[in-house]
Design a protein around this ligand. Structure first.
Ligand code: NAP
Length: 319
């Protein structure tokens, strides 16, 4: 089957012909129709996740996917041949991922039926973004009426997070370049704040938020800041506030010494999270914007583009 894979950590992702996998007991073989691309894909290829993810090579990339159940392994009862499914279609320990004609997922893993009326390309954009956003909101423990700053709000996870926080009655300040301010407002952001990539410490961002919230905010939900910027942004927090980093950039000891709560997100997507996302989609409360669609052979270029930044939603690969 056709796939996009790396031969070792750090290698350039490339098209390869690899054997079609066979589902073992409890596993589902999915014929992939569309796959969603996110920074986790090039991070996995680079070896940045090797302490937490087992992998074998050649390693097919791709987490998010949508397609049709092609075959089920022994003992599978939850899903049947021909059903339309979406989820995290990756088994890196077996070298398998969603950027391929076929992928494997465990029946008890992060997979669910595609919500009625949703097309494959839209479904493929949802799993990682939606699951991470649900986990961030839960782990931030913010209540209706409290105020959060979402840093990196215009990407896949950020857009879901702004939407879900706003649905929960949380007041959202979203970072956004000028071209995305309207989209952020439509998703439910109460305020938007522009930032500049040249401002490494995000000090301008601090000043802009403090100008409106001089008594501080309740949480920073950070999808981009590195260890050098978290200390600065933490100055925005009220005593007892929460700093949540999706990129493991926050030092719990340092935050606790300031009387703040620190959380580094470790989202483990599950079937239950996918079912919750399906409910939100069915209710018309959640969609992930598909920024562009590319054929499988263009995936290496699309990964290179994602590294540079500037995501305005998800890039989806059509198989
Ligand atoms: N820990 C976990 O379990 C977990 C789970 C899922 C995702 N993640 C991580 O979460 C991060 C975000 O994922 P994603 O899928 O949303 O990525 P994405 O779709 O590529 O979006 C990233 C967004 O951040 C914006 N951005 C970049 N630099 C910024 C800055 N200095 N200030 C404000 N915004 C900035 C980008 O726009 P511009 O470039 O135009 O600024 C882009 O809109 C990734 O690093 C991913 O690995 C972690």
């Amino acid at each position: 089957m056709r796939a996009i894979a790396v031969s070792e950590y750090g290698a350039t992702p490339a098209p390869m012909y690899l054997p079609r996998p066979v589902p073992g007991p409890g596993e589902i073989l999915v014929k992939v129709i569309a796959a969603g691309l996110s920074p986790l894909d090039w991070k996995l290829a680079d070896g940045m996740l090797k302490d937490s993810v087992d992998a074998s090579f050649p390693l097919i990339l791709g987490q998010d996917g949508a397609g049709v159940v092609d075959e089920v392994g022994e003992g599978v009862t939850r899903l049947r041949h021909g059903e339309q499914v979406y989820g995290i279609l990756a088994a890196p320990e077996r070298g398998l991922g969603a950027f391929a004609e076929y992928a494997i997922v465990r029946e008890d893993g992060p997979v669910a039926r595609i919500p009625d009326g949703m097309i494959y390309t839209e479904a493929a954009a949802v799993p990682t973004a939606g699951s991470a956003a649900l986990a961030m909101l839960e782990q931030a423990r913010v209540d209706a009426g409290q105020t959060v700053l979402v840093v990196g709000a215009t990407g896949g996870v950020g857009q879901c997070l702004v939407r879900l926080a706003s649905l929960a009655g949380v007041k959202v300040i979203a970072t956004a370049r000028a071209d995305m301010a309207g989209t952020m407002r439509r998703l439910g952001a109460d305020e938007t704040v522009e930032y500049s990539h040249g401002d490494r410490s995000l000090s301008e961002l601090n000043a802009k938020v403090l100008a409106v919230h001089d008594d501080g905010i309740d949480a920073v939900l950070d999808l981009v800041g590195d260890t050098s910027t978290t200390e600065n942004l933490a100055r925005l927090l009220r005593p007892g506030g929460t700093y949540l980093s999706a990129v493991w950039a926050v030092h719990p000891d340092s935050m606790e010494a300031k009387g703040l709560r620190a959380v580094n997100l470790d989202d483990r997507p599950s079937a239950a999270a996918l079912e919750r996302l399906s409910d939100l989609i069915d209710a018309g409360d959640l969609r992930v914007r598909v920024e562009r669609e590319v054929p499988l052979e263009d995936t290496p270029d699309a990964l290179a583009v994602n590294r540079v930044g500037g995501a305005r939603g998800r890039t989806v690969i059509r198989l």
